[in-house]
Design a protein around this ligand. Structure first.
Ligand code: UDX
Length: 427
């Protein structure tokens, strides 16, 4: 099939290249000239495992452009994969989705054949039908579900393993209304062996929010139990190993520590809270889930102060700045709150991350410019005796922590074994 992808950010690129791998031809549409040029040179504009190789191997089966007309006239299905950032109050900013719908609508006006528009961006229930559909209809002068197809198909891609998640998902959720659209999307996803759940459009939108909110809840719940375990001298990882053996619960996503960050969980949970309040529902659990998550990183400092009561003037090492390993992404990273608190206490921060130092400095200039960046993790250990582990990069397992006071937010076994003093946040 010929597919166009509007928005060649993280989700767009991975989805597009996944469809290329399945045998389709893809045109990426973006406004960012730098990204367009990189894609056309088969260079990935983001760091994601396997993406560079896929782009090289399938060079010629995809290209990028800033021209909506070219992309939509030359494809049968268009995926909207633009960002839906959080506003200051936690509500969702639909500017890019609206712009994309307008541009697509204008081209649909001159298109004779049936075209399917699929919203992949994470949007709150009702958005596809109440916001995207009217814009498409207004600019195309056509009727959705009759003259063109419209669907909602959320993504469940984890950074770092996103291509694998695309090609081997637990499930594919497709919200549709008209039979023709359903058939086209069924055919498109036919090569992927996974349960396919067809729902109405707003149910598909809600499945994405409920999934992310549940996973965030699972971690915050585990961390709350983990904090209790810590005080009682119990290893919460063992506890959740035992809990997870119950097949109704499942053992995954129970790693206790300093909580969740990233581009999805924080934004989606806050947007859901905001929506609930807008419709006069009180999201008691969701609010607590966020609260636990905000407190959790500061536990590291509390534990450090048990051993070093006065941080003023002390050099403290921070290992890891990315929100999780194997990515350069620092969005909502736990490192920010931790470093901010360390600086407030008058400590001197020496940090290292294999991929995310540049992004951290740019994204959080208020603290990012006040810390020292090391060339390597070994350099951090040479420079200070006090080390906080914030992200569980594989290479941190290779270090010699002997003689150090290590406070670990993620459970690095080498540190647990070798450090002079070792404190795990929930174990
Ligand atoms: C997540 C979802 O997993 C994915 O389905 C969705 O579409 C986008 O958001 P991602 O943000 O890439 O993916 O990261 P993920 O691996 O899920 O981790 C999210 C955060 O939770 C990280 O900060 C991670 O450190 C933390 N986490 C995860 C835990 O603290 N404990 C766990 O057991 C699992």
């Amino acid at each position: 099939m010929k597919i166009s992808i509007v928005g060649s950010g993280y989700v767009g690129l991975v989805t597009g290249m996944g469809f290329v791998k399945l045998g389709n031809e893809v045109i990426f549409v973006d406004v960012d000239e730098r990204k367009i040029e990189m894609i056309n040179n088969a260079e990935p504009p983001i760091y994601e495992e396997g993406l560079g190789k896929l782009m090289k191997d399938f060079n010629g089966r995809y290209h990028a452009t800033n021209d909506y007309r070219e992309a939509i006239l030359n494809s049968e299905v268009t995926f909207i994969c633009v960002g839906t950032p959080s506003r200051e109050d936690g509500s969702i900013d639909l500017t890019y989705v609206k712009q994309a719908a307008e541009e697509i609508g204008k081209v649909l006006k001159e298109k004779d054949s049936y075209h399917v528009v699929v919203v992949k961006s994470t949007v709150l229930p009702g958005t596809t039908e109440e916001v995207v559909k009217p814009i498409l209809e207004e600019h195309s002068d056509k009727k959705a579900f009759k003259d063109f197809g419209l669907a909602m198909n959320p993504e469940f891609l984890r950074e770092g393993v996103a291509l694998r998640d695309f090609l081997n998902p637990d499930r594919i959720v497709i919200g549709v209304q008209d039979e023709r659209t359903r058939e086209i999307l069924e055919e498109l996803y036919q090569p992927i062996d996974a349960p396919k759940l067809f729902t109405d459009i707003k149910t598909a939108e809600m499945i994405k929010y409920a999934s992310n909110a549940f996973l965030a809840t699972k971690i915050s719940f585990a961390n709350e139990i983990g904090n209790i375990c810590k005080k009682l001298g119990i290893d919460s990882w063992k506890v959740f190993e035992g809990v997870g053996l119950d097949h109704r619960i499942s053992p995954h996503f129970f790693r206790t520590g300093i909580g969740w960050g990233g581009s999805c969980f924080p934004k989606d949970v806050k947007a859901l809270i905001n929506k609930a309040e807008e419709i006069s529902e009180e999201p008691v659990i969701l609010k607590a889930v966020v609260e636990v998550n905000e407190r959790q990183p500061l536990k590291l400092i509390e534990l450090l102060k048990k051993h070093v009561p006065e941080l003023k003037g002390k050099a403290v090492g921070v290992l890891g700045l990315a929100f999780k390993p194997d990515t350069d992404d620092v969005r909502e990273t736990r490192a920010y709150a931790i470093i901010k608190k360390l600086l407030n206490e008058g400590a001197k921060v020496i940090a290292y991350d294999p991929q995310a130092m540049k992004n951290f400095k740019q994204s959080y200039p208020d603290v990012g410019e006040k810390i020292v960046y090391s060339e390597s993790a070994e350099d951090v250990l040479r420079a200070t005796d006090f080390v906080l582990i914030v992200t569980e990069w594989g290479e941190f397992e290779e270090l010699d922590y002997s003689g150090k006071i290590v406070i670990d937010g993620r459970r690095v076994r080498a540190a647990e074994k070798n450090a002079k003093i070792y404190e795990g946040v929930c174990w």
